[in-house]
Write a protein that binds this ligand. Sequence first.
Ligand code: SF4
Length: 352
Amino acid sequence: MKNFDYIRPASISDAIDAAAEPGAAYLAAGTNLLDLMKGGVTRPDRLVDITRLPGLDRIEWLPDGGVRIGAMVRNADLAHDVDFARGFPAVAEALLSGASAQLRNAATVGGNLLQRTRCAYFYDTASACNKREPGTGCDARDGENRLHAVLGWSEGCIATHPSDFCVPLVALDSVAEIEGRSGKREIALEALHRLPGDTPERESVLEPGDLIVALRLPAEARGFSAHARYLKVRERTSYAFAVASAAAALRIEQGVIRDARLALGGVAAKPWRARAAEQYLAGRQGDAVSFFHAAEAALADARPSGNNGFKIELARRIIVRALTLAAAGTPARLPALPASHFSSVSGALHVA
Ligand code: SF4
């Protein structure tokens, strides 16, 4: 284990000053970072512990009907907030489909956004990895890559972003509030993560010292609450990252789709908004033919990055199924196995 400084700032401005130094990293729950440090994958010189900063652990309802979620709110607390789950059911379903109950109790929403890829070569320090060590190559290209990207990948990196939570957030136009050395600013969540290009080590548009302090979901996102689902296919239903997933949200009037939101997970280095599919669906009947063509549009640019061509067809089918489930209506209770294609049976989780 490498020695590092540990700092517990009293204010956000102190935290930003401390984290702006080269080699510094923010520490929240540490559910990903500490694993990376133990494995020697990341070796920060300084940890800036933000768990005691005041005001970051609140869920606040805004006057216009939107919601502001502090970055230190725990995943489980947000998912089990009844008002939140009613207003944004696909987000709650995605949260409950991620990780394990123990991890959801500890993990924070801010940390969820910035978790690292689960590419096995990234975690194996004996492997070549351009993301971990720029310029060394990518052992995933000729290795075990069936779970890697089919959209937006580059010759330098074919890793995927692992978050479930981010997928409906991107579909529903959520915004990240950021504080940094140059003050406060906001970024649409869709623009937070970067595609790999020639610099896969740069995963977001954040600058040194930038701290995500909150997320906002706009009031308009609640307009989809009657027809919103998150569907995830994984290799082990109890606990695994997505092979591919989809968040689908529809606003339906008299049988016609007035507005559609669709985003994919597990297919790219960022949550993937499927705008061409959304545009196709607007004004159409919510039927199998429309959903099939929407899925075709969403995957039009997909190409295998290795032995993973199956993911393209899988993602198409997940989209059709997610849209079908959304059109049928958000269940009064979330399924007993959230986001699982194995269960349409409602459980007793939290929405009365
Ligand atoms: Fe590293 Fe990306 Fe290649 Fe995985 S896919 S080994 S993270 S460069």
